[in-house]
Write a protein that binds this ligand. Structure first.
Ligand code: FES
Ligand SMILES: [Fe+2]
Length: 418
């Protein structure tokens, strides 16, 4: 990130009230936003399948024959680096009888894509090449029409997005980032190196995974015995770029930085955690001297798969074990403190005993996040599906909770975009 931008962001902390800066309004969200099966189905369709989602960082598939996989909503996708350097995206399912093709989160060295079930073999470009050992048994199946199902992808700024709908139009990355790309471009993400990824499944709604990253309010309480002493809970920097929220949490060392008399000496990055909430499925984090990425796959209203990855900067001054250690420290906090708490929240909400949650003015990114989600669901409800087909809620009435509350969400949407 450019030094000028770091100083500009830090200046906003100097005169900010504590706690603050506060958002303009609190917001209520119904508990069913986290528990309703009907709403969950709408979210998968509207948020995960109908718009660009972050599938991978470019560095995870650098060379021809490298790939990354991710289930986007309920659609398994694979993005594959082509021999000409471009990336193409496919539904990661064999055209024969539906086997998953590539099962690793990422990998390299593919010469072709071979199904593990009966060995149908596809080129890197998705064309069906052969039915090994069984050609006469399929001589009336047209290979030309049984290639992999392709989905639109776009790659820029070291980020690779896809839409899980094969019928979707081509798009560009800037359109998915709504201005945040100008800031993200300054990190040079394309030159980072993927170090390691870990996956864990949790008994919580997918939105609780993102909620975890939206406020430092909980840090001195939930994390009092771990990271609590190192972070400020009452100062932050928050901006919205359309639906993208960027939330910057501050380490205590930030106070010393602001005491330096000359702004030319100020640095934000060593004292901050910069989190880009890329709705719906990713949280990209710049953490002091490296990148982390959380990828979120919703499995059910109360089940979520998280993939956590760590990336080293170019010419990394530290060996790979340093970044693995950082990943393990991070997961030590989230997997022992944050997500067990969210699993308890999920059970409490599912009891039906509590009608709604409150997101406060001191949780502005939380308000912005849920305002965005609720507005998108409401817009899909009123407009019907792209292509004109009426959506489920148009036929059957609103899904539990969200349409009725959309007015509240819009009222609270006055989080000022910059
Ligand atoms: S399902 Fe893939 S070859 Fe049979
Ligand atoms: Fe936390």
């Amino acid at each position: 990130m450019r030094h000028e931008r770091q100083v500009e962001l830090l200046r906003r902390l100097v005169d900010a009230p504590r706690p603050g800066p506060l958002g303009p309004a609190s917001m209520h969200n119904p508990a069913t936003a986290y528990t309703s099966a009907a709403r969950f189905a709408d979210e998968v369709r509207v948020l995960f399948r109908a718009q660009p989602v972050l599938v991978a960082l470019s560095c995870e598939l650098r060379d021809p024959g490298s790939f990354a996989t991710l289930t986007v909503g309920d659609v398994p996708l694979a993005v594959v680096r082509q021999r000409d350097g471009t990336a193409r995206g496919f539904v990661n399912v064999c055209r024969h009888r539906g086997s998953t093709l590539l099962s690793a989160p990422c990998g390299d060295g593919l010469q072709a894509i071979r199904c593990p079930y009966h060995a149908w073999t596809y080129g890197l470009d998705g064309t069906l090449r052969a039915f090994p050992g069984a050609e006469p048994g399929f001589d009336d199946v047209d290979k030309a029409t049984h290639g992999l199902i392709e989905v639109p992808v776009a790659e820029r700024f070291g980020l690779l997005f896809a839409i899980g709908d094969p019928a979707a139009d081509a798009f560009d990355v800037a359109a998915a980032l709504h201005g945040a790309e100008l800031e993200l471009a300054e990190f040079g993400i394309g030159a980072y190196t993927h170090v390691e990824s870990r996956e864990h499944e949790w008994a919580m709604n997918w939105k609780l995974a993102i909620d975890t990253f939206t406020e430092p309010y909980h840090i001195p309480w939930l994390h009092k015995d771990s990271i609590g002493p190192y972070y400020l809970f009452d100062r932050w920097i928050h901006d919205a770029f359309g639906p993208v929220q960027r939330f910057i949490g501050c380490r205590r060392s930030m106070l010393d930085e602001l005491d330096k008399p000359d702004e030319a000496d100020w640095q934000l990055l060593p004292h901050a955690t910069l989190q880009y909430l890329l709705v719906p499925n990713a949280v990209l984090v710049h953490q002091v001297d490296h990148l982390e990425l959380w990828r979120i796959t919703p499995l059910a209203p109360d089940r979520t798969l998280l993939r956590t990855s760590v990336y080293a900067p170019p010419d990394a001054p530290r060996p790979a074990p340093y970044y693995v250690k950082n990943l393990e420290v991070l997961l030590g906090v989230t997997n022992n403190e944050d997500f067990p708490m969210q699993e308890r929240v999920q059970r409490n909400l599912a009891s039906g005993a509590m009608p709604e949650l409150v997101y406060g003015k001191m949780e502005p990114a939380l308000v912005g996040l849920h305002t965005t989600i609720n507005e998108r669901l409401a817009a899909a409800h009123y407009a019907g599906r792209p292509g004109g087909e009426q959506d489920r809620t148009d036929r059957d009435g609103p899904a539990d909770g969200w349409v009725e509350r959309a007015g509240d969400a819009r009222d609270a949407a006055a989080v000022p975009p910059r």
